[in-house]
Write a protein that binds this ligand. Structure first.
Ligand code: COA
Length: 142
């Protein structure tokens, strides 16, 4: 198992498969190609099985230097095996090294437990993202 920095385009097939099935929203995110954006991939025997993206982006809930997590996805066959946790722990270390004061994101309700187990907390009310459903803002402060 190895976590590497990857290109935006490498995340797209995994995003499409895991996050955009039956969901008519773009798989490319604003900021994907910004120089401050970093894409991570977890590989098992050279197969990319989990991806996530970190952008420098601020939310009105927070102050200070903030990063946003987007596009966290593990291929369905590989879910529930601890892979997403390994990738997200790596990303937490990355943002800490880059002087983050907050890491935040919009979490799908189905994934709340995954993030809570890694110490992220909910802030604010539930809100809806069209075609995807209920979300909460989650965050961790450093
Ligand atoms: C959420 C997700 C990224 C987690 O990645 P993963 O590789 O499955 O993560 P882990 O195996 O480290 O999971 C740890 C915890 O997440 C939860 N979890 C795992 N698979 C899950 C799934 N398919 N759906 C919901 N929660 C799940 C469980 O609480 C699990 O804890 P457990 O080990 O006690 O069962 C992955 O399940 C996924 O891609 N889901 C679909 C897309 C999605 O919802 N992405 C998040 C958008 S905000």
């Amino acid at each position: 198992m190895e976590v590497k920095i990857i290109q935006a385009s490498e995340t797209f097939p995994v995003r499409i498969e895991v996050l955009r099935k039956g969901i008519p929203l773009p798989y490319e995110f604003p900021g994907d190609f910004d120089e401050n954006t970093t894409h991570f991939g977890l590989f098992i025997s050279d197969k990319l099985v989990s991806v996530a993206t970190v952008l420098v982006s601020s939310h009105a809930y927070f102050e200070g230097h903030q990063f946003q997590l987007r596009g966290m996805a593990t291929l369905s066959k590989y879910q529930g095996k601890g892979i997403g946790s390994v990738l997200l722990k790596h990303i937490i270390e990355f943002v800490k090294t880059n002087k983050a004061e907050v890491l935040w994101f919009n979490a799908r309700i189905k994934a709340l437990r995954f993030y809570q187990k890694l110490g992220f907390e909910i802030i604010g009310p539930e809100f809806d993202i069209l075609h995807v459903g209920g979300h909460y803002v989650m965050y961790k402060k450093f």
